[in-house]
Design a protein around this ligand. Sequence first.
Ligand code: FAD
Length: 474
Amino acid sequence: LSATKKHDVVVIGGGPGGYVAAIKAAQLGYNTACIEKRGSLGGTCLNVGCIPSKALLNNSHLYHEIKTESSKRGIDIEGEVKPNLGNLMKAKDTAVKQLTGGIEMLFKKNGVTYYKGNGSFVDEHNIKVEPIEKGVEESILEASNIIIATGSEPTPFPGIEVDQERIVDSTGALALKEIPKKLAIIGGGIIGLEMGSVWARLGSEVTIIEYQTAIGGAGMDAEVAKATQKFLKKQGLNFQLGAKVKSATRVGDEVDIEYEDAKTGEVKSIKSDVLLVAVGRRPYSAGLNAESIGIEFDQKKRIVIDSEYKTKLPHIQCIGDVTFGAMLAHKAEEEGIAAVEFIKNGHGHVNYGNIPAVMYSHPEVAWTGKNEEELKAAGIKYKTGKFPFVANSRAKTNMDTEGFVKFIADAETQRVLGVHIIGPNAGEMIAEAGLAIEYGASCEDIYRTCHAHPTLSEAFKEAAMTVFDKPINY
Ligand code: FAD
């Protein structure tokens, strides 16, 4: 028999969307529970996404810098500089463990009840929790408000079977047992390019096979995508663009991949030690039993919501990767807060025109707001301004001068419409662009804001200036 427990708000899924919503709801005074079946909080992002990938990116970059650049930076190293994959993975696991454990502590601090198990709808107000731990009894949670935040999973490639050994998805690519001599990656989006960067730095020969003729996926400005491909090529990544994968088969300890040149129809094949399938992510709602209570899904299996995150049943909301919009952790978090605010006082706010995107390669690539292609399509007249890091003093002292800051502004008012950065710390710098867009700043507003010297952010200021005037340092 199941014991029934009552809560004001029950959140299903403990990823960045769900755990943030749960904490916010508890802070606003609701008796809140969060159900998570993974066994640890933080969802895809903390367990097998943002966090482990950034740990590997940061340390593989350090290794690569030390190996290739230490001498010219004035550091002589005796003996061979070698990667230690075991310790690299250990450092990644430590970061993940500390952060996921941290959320559990935050739940305790804020009084969120944490149920470790699978949540599924019994009816419109009751959710069954099937515990993952032995000896824990099943419970039924009765909730006035429910927030679905069940996230996403890697999209499979038809006909290619992931074994997480030779043919892996992003989860497998974060935990390879040895450095592959040859790594092929299907998909030139951000996840594919980040993982390609990691393993190329550690010594793998990496080939990206992408169906589109440009890398970076949707949203990346075409000029930026081209420049990004150039610097990744320089770092040793190979690109097969406009290439349609036909098949990939494991043969012993190798993978045979066959693809077709989309233009000429010529069929080519390559062999790799490991193949990463990184063709995107799809909404995840298996085991939720949401269909049974009339929750609506669209053709892409996303849960359909209105502008207040409400499903067809108004007391059930949905946020994050399992519904519409960019599949990004910070977007899910914003929605978590907004959804709870809608419950509390009937209004909440997410500006979907100003969600930053970052690729944590080196240099980093970051953008927010509109790109040129979008503005052209909308018939909006704009001006651009660009400033290269090679003319920035801090980038020079850091010996890290690749890339540029590009502003796109309204042709008449100079109001900032989009900012696109390739460069060291672009992911941090893009926050200033977000603030500018949020508050309707013009390029002159940014130029007239004093920026510290010598910092990379001076390149940001000077790029804004080039929209309406000449830069000083270039
Ligand atoms: P998720 O994080 O997927 O969490 C959903 C949780 O719900 C899961 O833990 C799941 O176990 C649980 N769940 C599902 N169904 C049930 C159920 N019925 N009962 C109980 N629990 C359930 N985004 C960024 O912004 N920046 C990055 O740098 C970045 N890097 C990434 C790198 C990789 C390799 C990957 C794969 C993703 C990356 N992302 C990044 C994307 C990011 O991880 C997701 O956008 C984000 O995790 C979505 O949050 P969410 O809360 O919607 O869902």
